[in-house]
Design a protein around this ligand. Structure first.
Ligand SMILES: Nc1nc2c(ncn2[C@@H]2O[C@H](COP(=O)(O)OP(=O)(O)OP(=O)(O)O)[C@@H](O)[C@H]2O)c(=O)[nH]1
Length: 612
């Protein structure tokens, strides 16, 4: 999915966006995994006839894709086409990319002097482009040329400058830096350091780059392990490299891995397999004009011939090799070549020639050794290592700081959460408190609305509602309910004689005694003034007298403050019963009221039961 997205973005923006280095890198990643695909995509783009400068950039991508397929010839052609377009329409980015590609191509062909020229032209173009990543890459390219020329001091000093000045986030550049540093260390005989650097580069490639890059580094690591004489590790890496190259159809990658594996087979005395493998690799090298490798394989084959006492084929190869060795002017190859010549002359019995070749061979070896013992180089190696250590330390320090910041952030977040929780709990408590208070006061208000303030008994509204409820229940149950209206006799006189407060206390006392006298389930309430209503469930007329008497007695049973003990506190009562709940409250009330009126009229201090 991610790959599809990359392809889509690339199709939309071939080096047209702001970050050319980034797009270039995306193309390279895609090419590293699917070179064929990149060739198809870029072919389509070229057909849209873009501006020459853009087309030149596309050729740079194609050159890379051909390289990933192991076709250096096609890669070279693409580069040439691209460079041709730049003549028409100069473009520093395209020029840098194309020349860097050309450097690799020329190095593989063993054309080191030309490669050096291209590397410095690439650096100039990169400087003009003012793009830091391109500048770094061009510098690495220069260091690579220096390394292949055997000028390890120069290679090292370029890498040292890069380490000091450039901190790129570009994984490819980091990979290239470590890979090349590894090669330089290996050339300098620092096998352990070299292998470690290549391992770092491989880890970066596995993590962030494409499969082709991984295969190249596996090959590098495999050959490094061979140099360290760890053939088991070497074989393992090389086999993995071979497998990836096969998956990618990278014919050169296959050749490189096969050649290296052949050396291991030879050591294990699998001569036929080894020879076959070398022949295969040789074919691929010859096809692609990989001249140093061609020479290397031929030298090896000749050496094996000699070891197996096959003098003639060995001699033929040495003759064949002569022009190539001369053209390449590679010290290492020349050293091996002289050694071979010396051995052949020796086997031929031509001892003078053998000695002469051996002299030349040992001089070359000496030269190489001197180059390696160069103090300057040693100093550079040590300095670069210290710098790398410093960078690592700095990174660790940064990481530490970041961790501390992260910890602080977490702490702040925890405090924030804690405060939030506390606030939430507080808010909840307050809300609960306010709600409870409101509910309580509502209840209180509701109670007050139904209660008589002076006596605490149910007020008119409450007792009337209760009467209506009781009547409705009685109606359902077919039972009877009685209503009694009670009114104090001459209450005005009580007030007049003992004062209004005493009158109040009389009313309060009446409420208390009624509460006690009535059964549970009976109700009483103050209708207003000194008038009361009783609601008596399951009560017939013949209970009326009893209730009247009990109330009268209870009222006068105890003295009331401010009222003379012998003062007769009396009341009148109108009583009525419903007939199996048939009567409405209004009708019953009216009848009770009429009965009360009669009681008053008949002289008070009495009970009148309403007639049926
Ligand atoms: N102390 C006190 N007196 C009240 C209260 N409510 C009403 N009264 C008094 O009760 C008296 C009622 O007087 P009236 O309606 O003339 O009746 P009465 O004097 O009781 O005479 P009858 O009912 O005819 O026996 C008035 O004097 C009111 O002031 C009260 O809450 N407290």
């Amino acid at each position: 999915m991610r790959k599809l997205l990359v392809i889509f973005t690339l199709l939309l923006t071939v080096f047209t966006g702001s970050s050319i280095a980034e797009e270039w890198e995306q193309w390279r990643r895609l090419s590293s995994d699917e070179p064929q695909r990149v060739l198809e995509l870029t072919e389509a783009q070229l057909q849209q006839q873009p501006k020459p400068a853009l087309a030149a950039r596309i050729y740079a991508v194609r050159a890379q894709a051909w390289r990933n397929l192991g076709d250096e010839n096609a890669s070279f052609q693409a580069i040439q086409q691209g460079l041709g377009l730049i003549d028409e329409d100069p473009d520093d980015v395209a020029e840098t990319l194309l020349r860097i590609n050309l450097v690799l191509n020329l190095l593989q062909q063993g054309k080191k002097a030309q490669a050096a020229q291209q590397a410095s032209a690439a650096s100039q173009a990169a400087a003009r482009s003012q793009r830091p990543d391109l500048q770094i890459e061009a510098s690495i390219s220069q260091a690579q040329v220096a390394q292949s020329l055997g000028d390890l001091s120069r290679a090292m000093s370029i890498l040292e400058t890069l380490e000091k000045t450039e901190h790129s986030n570009n994984e490819r550049l980091q990979m290239e830096f470590h890979a090349l540093l590894g090669d330089v260390y290996l050339d300098a005989g620092a096998y352990h350091r070299g292998t470690e650097q290549i391992k770092t580069a491989l880890a970066i490639a596995r993590q962030s780059l494409g499969r082709w890059d991984v295969s190249v580094l596996l090959y590098n690591l495999g050959t490094a392990e061979q140099q360290r004489d760890d053939y088991q590790a070497a074989q393992q890496h090389l086999l993995e490299a071979l497998q990836i190259s096969r998956e990618l159809n990278d014919s050169l990658g296959i050749a490189y891995a096969t050649q290296a594996l052949a050396n291991i087979e030879q050591r294990q005395q699998h001569y036929d397999t080894a020879r076959q493998q070398l022949e295969q690799a040789l074919q691929a090298y010859q096809q692609q004009h990989i001249r140093p490798k061609t020479a290397e394989v031929m030298l090896t084959l000749a050496e094996w011939d000699l070891n197996q006492q096959r003098l003639e084929p060995a001699k033929q190869r040495v003759v064949q090799l002569a022009p190539l060795i001369e053209a390449l002017a590679d010290t290492a190859l020349l050293t091996d070549y002289r050694f071979l010549q010396s051995k052949i002359a020796e086997q031929e019995g031509n001892y003078r020639a053998a000695l002469e070749y051996f002299h030349q061979y040992s001089e070359l070896l000496d030269k190489r050794q001197r180059a390696l013992n160069n103090r300057n180089l040693r100093d550079l190696i040590v300095r670069l290592e210290i710098k790398q250590q410093e960078t690592t330390n700095e990174l660790l320090k940064k990481e530490n700081q970041l961790q501390q910041l992260q910890f602080k952030e977490q702490q702040t977040y925890a405090y924030f959460l804690f405060t939030l929780v506390v606030l939430a709990v507080l808010t909840t408590l307050i809300v609960v408190y306010l709600l409870t208070r409101q509910i309580r006061s509502r209840k209180r208000f509701a109670r007050l609305a139904m209660t008589d303030e002076l006596t605490g008994a149910p007020n008119r509204r409450a007792i009337v509602e209760q009467a209506q409820r009781s009547l409705a229940e009685a109606k359902q149950q077919g039972s009877s309910v009685a209503l009694a209206i009670i009114d104090f006799d001459y209450f005005k006189q009580v007030n007049d004689r003992f004062g209004h407060d005493a009158g109040d206390r009389v009313l309060q006392r009446f409420a208390q005694v009624t509460d006690k006298v009535l059964r549970q389930g009976d109700y009483h309430g103050r209708l207003g003034g000194e008038e009361w209503l009783l609601v008596l469930n399951h009560t017939a007329d013949d209970h009326a007298e009893l209730i009247f008497e009990r109330l009268s007695q209870a009222l006068s049973a105890e003295s009331i403050e401010g009222v003379d003990n012998d003062y007769p506190l009396t009341f009148s009562m109108g009583f009525v019963t419903s007939q199996a709940g048939k009567d409405s409250f209004e009708r019953l009330y009216k009848r009770a009221d009429e009965a009360l009126y009669s009681a008053k009229h008949q002289g008070r201090r009495r009970l009148i039961i309403a007639a049926r």
